[in-house]
Write a protein that binds this ligand. Structure first.
Ligand code: ZN
Ligand code: FE
Length: 252
């Protein structure tokens, strides 16, 4: 499996997936036609389009790409009315082949009601759309804070070496937020040097890994006593801490 990061719009990432065994080409969340088409041209084929959710900045290239390459569009069955051109409707926890690669859907509502992740267990790769970001999580638009908290809980338990490819380059702003409330986290401070270097060199800060996120992403660390204390929520349950952090981040 080869993954190519495609910069789209102002801060979106689309991802091209090449299955080298069968030469199958897929793309995750094509934000726009032109940038994705440039990346696809060297293969001159696009077999599948995978959509994590229906927002325009994730499906914007669907129809034009499908028309040009006769691709099959894959998405969550409950969102079949909102994902343009959808062909293959998947349920939660369903397996699907793209060439010789197999992924499983993980239903992770909160940002939208129909948000899914694509988990390639054998390759230890997951595409998390606008749910889990590097050092952050998505805004809660359609679901509840509880939905988002539970969805992140499903991602937390994946093998720590799993590489995470998310929908946006929000890492710098997420980092600044984490640094404000997770003051004693040494690994976060180390990671900040690495992130600043990458951003200075105009490189993507993606992928991250589940393990790194567990140690540095404040939204996955709501059980941490130092963080709880900073928020004056020393005796509160994890979910309440999460909710407080999400509110603070919305206003950040
Ligand atoms: Zn979105
Ligand atoms: Fe988005």
């Amino acid at each position: 499996m080869k993954i190519e990061v495609i910069n789209c719009l102002s801060d979106n990432y689309s991802y091209l997936i090449l299955d080298e065994k069968t030469n199958t080409v897929s793309i995750v969340d094509p934000s726009e036609f032109d940038q994705c088409n440039k990346a696809i041209q060297k293969y001159d084929r696009l077999d599948y389009i995978l959509n994590t959710h229906h927002h325009a900045d994730h499906v914007g290239g669907n129809i034009e790409l499908k028309q040009k390459y006769n691709s099959k569009i894959i998405g969550f069955d409950c969102d079949n009315n909102r994902i343009p051109g959808i062909d293959i409707l998947l349920k939660d926890n369903q397996s699907q082949k793209i060439g010789s690669l197999i992924f499983k859907t993980i239903f992770i509502p909160g940002h939208t009601k129909g948000h899914i992740a694509f988990y390639f267990k054998n390759e230890k790769v997951i595409f998390t759309g606008d749910t889990l970001f590097s050092l952050g999580c998505g805004r809660v638009f359609e679901g509840t804070h509880e939905d988002m908290f539970n969805s992140l809980g499903k991602l937390k338990i994946l093998p720590s070496e799993t590489k995470v490819y998310c929908g946006h380059e929000y890492t710098k702003s997420n980092l600044n937020f984490c640094l404000m409330y997770d003051l004693k986290n040494k690994e976060l401070k180390e990671k900040s040097l690495e992130i600043n270097q990458k951003i200075k060199n105009k490189l993507p800060t993606i992928p991250t890994t589940i393990g790194e996120e567990l140690r540095t992403n404040i939204f996955l660390r709501c059980d941490n006593n130092d963080i709880k204390r900073v928020l004056n929520l020393k005796d509160s349950p994890e979910q309440e801490v999460f909710s407080k952090l999400r509110d603070l981040k919305d206003a950040f």
